[in-house]
Write a protein that binds this ligand. Structure first.
Ligand code: G6P
Length: 608
């Protein structure tokens, strides 16, 4: 949600931050802008639309200046216009800043500032900060930023430059990620490591309340009391190729095709075959402590919430432990019943989703054990929980989540195995699940090789205005996820339903124009879903079945089938979701949609 890059060093920063900004465009892309400070001259360039529009506008004339900031926006306050694009400036044109997050008391601050004579140019909450810093400047930019932030309620990731200190870049964080990139005689600020990777692998993650001042000679980080602090420099492990498309037309397709590898990476080093269990270095709970847990709450948003639903089925069926799934946005504002015997697991690809983070904080405050199932290493959720499981799926850039989902389900299967073996599962059952997990990456590969078949089916339904997705048991959440994928990237209205619920409403919608995707691998619910398919066919619906290889009954009834290899019931979602990801992808491409940057969406929702 919005991307920020900043630079200070010996080079002219504008071209550099603009280039780095492109790596963050997936986080928000409705307007973009940059600012440079060259001696005492501040230049700001902005444009509504993608970064490419800004580039066209500049037409190769990037402004000079050794300090530069840039921003790509996902609008919250004010429409995505040029005026509302960041960076924002003060009245005197001495300060420019880029901000992620929301300033909750912006309206009140704006009124006060206007009374004091400040003139506002945008509708954004962010602009109040520029005017506040202008008022509070008293010989030190970092001092003025710290003072201004004292009046702010809300969240921010911030980068500030000023003509008053042409060689200084100031960054701050509260609830919205910011890191410093440590180069050789040059320094960066970014909201995401992907932006700086081309220049340095050494980063310092700021924590909430911290502010940093960077110059070409070094940097100082201050805590909430303005005392200088030392922070560890961390090394980014992944390669630059991981954030590039590598020959694929879209990140989404690349990430779909990466799933054999990403699942392998989630499993790596975690399976103990002889003992029939899984090993986790990061859970930070002893077997004794895990045995005392009498209830699990899984909380997440979006696709991660669908993974949580599958986790609930797994944990209840295999580990026999009462489990609930809560939308993080609901959980945090209820008065949830939690104690030391409750384990709260937050599932988040980015580890930065505002609601998930807040839910985890709430859970921790109420004394529950907290775990994170997170992809982004060093992210806020990862750092604030008691322990967790990293997905190691590699950076996910496509806004619609794919490989993170299958890795989340894999990680939930590992967690289930671990807890189940302590409680009720026999070593033989454990070994059988491990063997099924080990077969998964190759089976995922087999399904992905069916992409041309799926593309052909997709072509027939490009113009369908609606779609229904049905599944039962472990594959009900897959139906939800398939429908979400289609909605997100092709803007086709789609709904996911537990197949038996169809009779309680959606059946009224079925006619020849309504494709019905039935996720029906051969598992414990198969026979039941065959009857549901018959009901759809009896009403003229078109059925696309996702079935297990060798399937006969649904194959006979359906208009199209896509076969997946057999696996353990609880792992079927990892295979059955793949055709649905590809179906949504090909339909969206055919409809001419921008698959990697769907309208109105953002990769990481860091506002409530
Ligand atoms: C956004 C993304 C989704 C994602 C959801 C939760 O809506 O577009 O793809 O599933 O946020 O994100 P998280 O990073 O917490 O998994």
């Amino acid at each position: 949600m919005c991307g920020i890059v900043g630079y200070v060093g010996p080079q002219d920063g504008a071209a550099l931050v603009l280039d780095a900004l492109k790596r963050l465009e997936y986080r928000g892309y409705d307007s973009a802008g940059l600012a440079t400070v060259n001696h005492a001259v501040l230049t700001v360039e902005k444009a509504a639309g993608r970064i490419a529009v800004l580039e066209q506008r500049l037409n190769g004339r990037v402004p000079a200046g050794r300090a530069a900031i840039a921003h790509t926006r996902w609008a919250t306050h004010g429409a995505p216009t040029e005026e509302n694009a960041h960076p924002h400036t003060d009245c005197g044109g001495t300060i420019a800043l880029a901000h992620n997050g929301i300033i909750e008391n912006a309206a009140a601050l704006r009124r006060t500032l206007e009374r004091r004579g400040h003139r506002f140019r945008s509708e954004t909450d962010t602009e109040v900060l520029a005017h506040l810093i202008e008022e509070l400047y008293d010989g030190s930019l970092v001092g003025a930023v710290i003072a201004a932030l004292r009046s702010i309620e809300g969240t921010y990731g911030l980068a500030v430059v000023s003509t008053r200190e042409p060689g200084t870049l100031v960054a701050a964080r509260m609830g919205s990620p910011i890191l410093l990139g440590i180069g050789d005689g040059e320094y960066f600020v970014a909201s995401d490591a992907a932006a700086v990777l081309e220049h340095t692998r050494s980063v310092v993650y700021l924590d909430d309340g911290e502010v940093a001042a960077l110059t070409a000679d070094g940097y100082t980080i201050y805590d909430q009391d303005t005392a200088p602090i030392e922070k560890a420099v961390r090394t980014i492990e992944w390669e630059i190729g991981a954030v590039e498309r590598g020959g694929y037309p879209h990140f989404m397709l690349k990430e779909i095709m990466e799933q054999p590898e990403s699942i392998r990476n989630t499993l790596r080093g975690r399976l103990l075959e002889d003992e029939g269990t899984s090993r986790h270095g990061g859970i930070n709970l002893t077997s004794g402590e895990l045995l005392e847990i009498d209830r699990i709450v899984l909380t997440a948003c979006g696709t991660s919430w669908h993974a949580a639903l599958i986790g609930e089925y797994m944990l209840e069926e295999l580990a026999r432990i009462p489990t609930e799934v809560e939308y993080a946005s609901e959980f945090r504002y209820r008065n949830p019943i939690l104690d030391e015997e409750t384990l709260v697991v937050g599932i988040s690809q980015s580890g930065e989703t505002a609601d998930t983070l807040a839910a985890m904080r709430e859970a921790r405050q109420r004394g529950a054990h907290t775990l994170g199932i997170v992809n982004a290493v060093g992210s806020s959720v990862a750092r604030e929980v008691d322990g967790g499981i990293y997905l190691h799926a590699g950076p996910e850039i496509g806004v619609a989540s794919t490989k993170a989902f299958t890795s989340q389900v894999t990680a939930l299967a590992l967690l289930t195995l671990h807890i189940a073996r302590l409680r009720s599962m026999s070593v033989l059952q454990g070994r059988a699940l491990i063997q099924a997990l080990q077969r998964l990456p190759d089976q995922v590969q087999q399904v992905l090789e069916r992409a041309p078949e799926i593309e052909e089916i997709a072509q027939r339904y490009v113009r369908a205005p609606n779609a229904l997705y049905l599944g039962r048991g472990y594959n009900f959440p897959v139906a939800l996820e398939g429908a979400l994928k289609l909605k997100e990237i092709s803007y086709v209205h789609a709904e996911g339903y537990p197949a038996a619920e169809m009779k309680h409403g959606p059946i009224a919608l079925i006619d020849e124009m309504m494709p019905v995707v039935v996720v029906a691998p051969r598992d414990g619910t198969y026979q039941k879903i065959v009857s549901n398919v018959q009901e759809v066919k009896a009403r003229g619906g078109r059925v696309i079945g996702v079935v297990t290889e060798g399937d006969e009954e649904i194959t006979r009834l359906a208009d199209h089938v896509i076969a997946i290899p057999p696996t353990a019931d609880c792992l079927t979602p990892i295979l059955s979701v793949l055709p649905l990801q590809l179906l949504a992808y090909y339909i969206a491409v055919r409809r001419g949609c921008d698959v990697d940057k769907p309208r109105n969406l953002a990769k990481s929702v860091t506002v409530e």
